[in-house]
Write a protein that binds this ligand. Structure first.
Ligand SMILES: [Zn+2]
Length: 165
């Protein structure tokens, strides 16, 4: 018998929807495969699809829900699908900080858990400083970098979540 190591965290997919027989992905999301195939969608999605057949394209698979959520946001910012309204300017801060849709930092136990990685980066960020500029942190960072937590050393001067630009 084959079963998931942690039944609380089924394998996550980052998926795209496209109209059958087209190449254009019109929306990107993440979640379980069952979620990817669910027909219940926003009114905007329903109106655009208008009863036509939709193909689900699996773009990526991840064990960690927070990493799947991060990649969803990054792919939306990159590809700008016509039906997505969030993350067009890049991943939201909660996503960058490794939080799941349940609003807590992911601790799924996967080898590449993004929640754990984000926590580690925040710890490093507390001791960092941009390579150029005034030195108020003990280590230098070459940017740009995502600023995940409290910006202790003012790496992110314009407050857009990206430091050392
Ligand atoms: Zn995780």
């Amino acid at each position: 018998m084959i079963r998931l190591a942690d039944p609380n965290y089924p394998a996550q997919v980052v998926y795209g929807h496209r109209l059958a027989d087209t190449e254009l992905i019109v929306s990107i999301g993440s979640g379980t495969l069952a979620r990817a195939r669910q027909p219940e969608r926003s009114p905007e999605w329903q109106a655009y699809v208008n009863g036509r057949d939709v193909e689900v394209v699996i773009l990526e698979q991840h064990a960690c829900p927070a990493r799947a959520r991060l990649r969803e946001a990054e792919l939306i910012a990159e590809r700008r699908p016509i039906l997505n309204r969030h993350h067009l300017q890049g991943p939201h801060r909660q996503v960058l900080r490794g939080f799941t849709k349940q609003g807590v930092r992911c601790a799924c136990g996967a080898a590449n858990c993004y929640g754990r990685e984000a926590a580690e980066r925040e710890e490093i960020g507390r001791h960092a400083d941009c390579a150029r500029g005034s030195e108020n942190g003990p280590e230098d960072v070459s940017g740009p970098v995502y600023v995940l937590a409290q910006d202790f050393y003012y790496l992110d001067c314009d407050g857009d979540g990206i430091g050392c630009e």
